[in-house]
Ligand binder design. Structure first.
Ligand code: GDP
Length: 368
C-alpha cells in the first residue's frame, strides 16, 4: 500500500518558517568607498602639506615623502615647493650616518639607540640609503619585522630607502626627506647604509656624525671594511660584545683605537673613539649616545658643526642642479622622441657615443 505523503502546514510544530526576506543593506557602501579613494588619490594643496608637516602629522609627512620619491614631474614640482617652504623650519637636529656590513647588527643597534633617544624625549627619524634595494627588494629597512619596537613608537618615524634609481637619485631624495622630517619636529635623524660600497661617502656628505659598526673577528680585526670608510668614521662601535665574545670585542677595541691613531687629525679636531656594545642586550648604548652628544657640543663650540653643514648645503646645491638639469632634459618631448633612436645608432656603431650626446644636446639647446 502506498504511503500517504504528509504535507506540513504552518500549524505543524515541525514546519520551518521562512520569513519573507528584507533587502539587506550592502555591507560596503560603494559611494563612500569611491569618495574615500578619490580623496586618497587627490593630492593635497602645498599649504595642506606644509601645515601638516609643521604640525608633526606623520601621515601628511609620509605622503610628502612619497612625492619627493616620485619620479613624476608633477609630483616633483609640488615636492620642491613643499621642501622650499619647509627649509626655514629644518636643521634643528643631529644627523647620524650609520654603516656596517650586512649582519653586523645595524638595525638591532638602531633600535636600541633609537629607543634610548625616544625614551629620553627625543624624536627620531630613521631613513636609509640603499641604491641596491630595487634589486634586493628593499634590503634596508624594507622588512617590517625589523625594528619592531621603533615601528610602534610614536616618537619614531621609519622610512625605507627610496628604491628607484641611481645612488645620486636615491641620495637626493633622502637629503630632501631629511628637510621634511626636521620640519616635522624630528630632532634626531639616522641614515642607515650598508657598509660595502659607494653609499658611505654619500651618507657622509649629508650627516654630522658618521658611526661605523664593526665586529670582532679572529685576528683580522682590520679586514672587511675599506680604509676610506674607517677614515670617515667619527666613532666605531664593536657590536655583539656579549657572551663569549666580550673578550674578543675588547681586544678589537684596542686594535681599532690604535689603527685610528694612524689617520691624520680630522678637520673637526674630533678624536674618534671606539667602544664595545651589545645591541641585543642594550649594553654600551647610553655611552655611545653620550659620545655623540659630546661631539655635537665640541664641534658646535669650535664652529665645525655649522661649517660642515654649510659645505654640505653648497655641495647639495650643485648636486640638485645636476639632477634637475638631467630631469628637465630627459623629460623634454624632443629628447624623449629622439633618444631611443640615438641609442640604437650608438649600439649599431652608426654614431659614436659623443656624437649622439652632442646631437641630443644641440637639439635641446635649439628647442623653440
Ligand atoms: P644588519 O644586517 O646589520 O641590520 O644586522 P641585524 O640587526 O639584522 O642583525 C643581524 C643578526 O645579528 C641578527 O640575528 C641579530 O639578532 C644579531 N645581533 C644583532 N646585534 C647583536 C648583538 O649585540 N649581539 C648578538 N649576539 N647578536 C646580535
Amino acid at each position: 500500500m502506498e504511503k500517504a505523503i504528509h504535507r506540513y502546514t504552518e500549524n505543524d510544530p515541525e514546519f520551518i518558517k521562512v520569513n519573507k526576506g528584507i533587502k539587506q543593506p550592502e555591507i560596503v557602501d560603494r559611494e563612500s568607498v569611491k569618495r574615500f579613494l578619490a580623496k586618497r588619490k587627490k593630492l593635497l594643496s602645498v599649504d595642506e602639506y606644509v601645515e601638516g608637516i609643521l604640525n608633526g602629522n606623520i601621515t601628511v609627512l609620509s605622503r610628502a615623502v612619497t612625492l619627493v620619491e616620485s619620479s613624476k614631474s608633477e609630483h616633483q614640482d609640488i615636492a620642491q615647493e613643499i621642501i622650499t617652504r619647509c627649509l626655514p623650519h629644518s636643521g634643528n637636529s643631529i644627523r647620524v650616518g650609520i654603516t656596517g656590513i650586512p649582519g653586523v647588527g645595524k638595525s638591532t643597534f638602531i633600535e636600541a639607540l633609537g629607543k634610548h633617544i625616544t625614551s629620553n624625549g627625543g624624536r627620531l627619524a630613521v631613513l636609509a640609503i640603499d641604491p641596491s634595494s630595487e634589486r634586493s627588494k628593499g634590503s634596508i629597512l624594507g622588512d617590517k619585522t625589523r625594528m619592531e619596537e621603533l615601528v610602534g613608537d610614536k616618537n619614531a618615524y621609519i622610512r625605507p630607502s627610496p628604491s628607484a634609481g641611481s645612488l645620486g637619485g636615491v641620495a637626493r631624495k633622502t637629503r630632501e626627506t631629511i628637510v621634511l622630517c626636521e620640519a616635522a619636529g624630528f630632532n634626531h635623524i639616522f641614515i642607515e647604509t650598508v657598509g660595502v660600497g659607494q653609499s658611505e661617502t654619500t651618507v657622509h656628505s649629508m650627516t654630522d656624525f658618521f658611526l661605523l659598526i664593526m665586529l670582532a673577528g679572529a685576528g683580522d680585526e682590520l679586514q672587511g671594511i675599506k680604509r676610506g670608510i674607517m677614515e670617515m668614521a667619527d666613532f666605531i662601535a664593536i657590536n655583539k660584545a656579549d657572551g663569549s665574545n666580550i673578550e674578543k670585542a675588547q681586544t678589537a677595541r684596542v686594535q681599532y683605537k690604535n689603527a685610528l691613531h694612524l689617520f691624520p687629525q680630522k678637520e673637526s679636531k674630533w678624536d674618534p673613539d671606539v667602544l664595545t656594545c651589545s645591541a641585543i642586550n642594550k649594553t654600551g648604548i647610553p655611552e655611545i649616545w653620550t659620545n655623540i652628544e659630546e661631539y655635537r657640543q665640541i664641534t658646535t663650540q669650535n664652529g665645525y658643526f655649522s661649517l660642515k653643514r654649510n659645505e654640505q648645503s653648497i655641495y647639495w646645491m650643485y648636486e640638485t642642479i645636476d639632477n634637475q638639469l638631467k630631469r628637465i632634459f630627459y623629460n623634454h618631448p624632443l629628447i624623449k622622441k629622439k633618444i631611443n633612436e640615438m641609442e640604437h645608432k650608438v649600439l649599431n656603431n652608426q654614431k659614436s657615443s659623443f656624437l649622439a650626446a652632442g646631437e641630443l644636446l644641440k637639439l635641446y639647446n635649439e628647442r623653440s
